[in-house]
Ligand binder design. Structure first.
Ligand SMILES: Nc1ncnc2c1ncn2[C@@H]1O[C@H](COP(=O)(O)OP(=O)(O)O)[C@@H](O)[C@H]1O
Ligand SMILES: [Mg+2]
Length: 309
């Protein structure tokens, strides 16, 4: 049995459950009926084009946005109805790596990593020092502990952000576009670090990205978002097969599969680009998004819903 099959054979415990989630901004559904689980120890990659709702999804999962319908459960706690005290307990159990690393520039790397530990625990300063050294060592920055964010490279800032995200030994790590703005080599380094952390800390990871090399490098399972809908969530092998489907077999794929294939391959021609061409130029000029159009065109929704079943 391959390692993947072994993992599948074991009982998979969801640490995150998302059910019928709807999130609207100004009356417009940006996430429209999203359902999925994230299992303990896995790395789930959330992909999708710009504006498809990935970051919004992440913010709903960590409770930083209030959702309009449905539920989000983390570690069995419904975060939509949780009290502030319950939510604080949940917050201690996940870490987030923001796009910029979001470090405090007036603090050294060590101080940045120490901050969440000081805020959330009563540990003695010398114990915190040890913790900080361990976290910085994990991301190979221990020798740079006394530097300030302004003195280090973009890749190092990401690593420092990651050290801070792991400060409280989280069970889940959320990443939003971890390789954005990095050169390909540094970006690959961050991928390796994510895989390494996931193994060393046996942490569950949710990674939002539109960079396919990174997605395929780190994922166990992948989910594809398109205009606020999750088209599918499957094992990585399914997406590899779609990506590698030869041109002559494309007509046998469903509409959604063709769309996902184009996305995975970064092809200039396919359903995604066809849709853009078909969208009304005047509406485009007026700044109405595709989602606006679709909300007003039920026939399109019906087709898509049918294809998903
Ligand atoms: N705070 C907000 N207020 C209004 N609209 C928003 C807000 N945040 C995101 N949106 C809209 O929601 C949609 C999805 O955004 P986002 O989740 O950031 O997409 P992605 O991360 O996939 O690029 C976009 O159309 C965006 O303009
Ligand atoms: Mg985003």
């Amino acid at each position: 049995m391959s390692p993947g099959e072994t993992a599948q054979a074991e009982e998979r415990r969801p640490v995150i459950k998302v059910r019928d989630l709807v999130k609207r901004f100004d009356g417009r559904a940006v996430l429209d009926g999203v359902n999925f689980d994230v299992y303990e120890g896995e790395t789930l990659v959330i992909m999708g084009g710009s504006g498809s709702g990935k970051s919004t999804m992440l913010r709903c999962m960590i409770g930083s946005l209030v959702i309009d319908e449905g539920t989000v459960e983390l570690f069995g706690t419904n975060i939509c109805t949780a009290t502030e005290a319950e939510m604080n307990e949940v917050r201690k159990r996940f870490g987030i790596l923001f796009q910029s690393g979001a470090l405090f520039n007036s603090m050294t790397l060590a101080e940045n990593v120490a901050l969440p530990i000081q805020e959330h625990t009563d540990l003695a300063p010398e114990i915190i020092d040890i913790q900080v050294k361990i976290k910085l060592e994990l991301v190979a920055l221990r020798e740079h502990a006394e530097k300030y964010p302004g003195e280090i490279s973009g890749g190092m800032k990401k690593r420092a952000g990651l050290a801070r995200a792991t400060a409280l030994d989280p069970r889940i790590l959320f990443y939003d576009e971890p390789s954005a703005g990095l050169d390909p080599v540094t970006s690959a380094e961050i991928d390796h670090l994510m895989i390494d952390l996931s193994k060393k800390l046996s942490v569950t990871s949710v990674v939002v990205t539109h960079e396919m090399d990174s997605a395929f490098a780190v994922a166990d399972r992948m989910a594809m978002f398109d205009k606020g809908r999750m088209l599918c969530v499957r094992e990585k092998a399914y997406f590899e097969r779609l990506r590698d489907t030869p041109e002559e077999s494309v007509p046998e794929l469903s509409e959604d599969e063709q769309l996902i294939r184009q996305f995975l391959r970064g092809d200039p021609i396919g359903p995604i680009t066809a849709r853009k061409v078909a969208s009304n130029y005047a509406e485009d000029l007026l700044g109405l998004s595709e989602t606006d159009r679709i909300d007003k065109t039920p026939s399109v929704v019906t087709t898509r819903t049918k294809a998903m079943k």
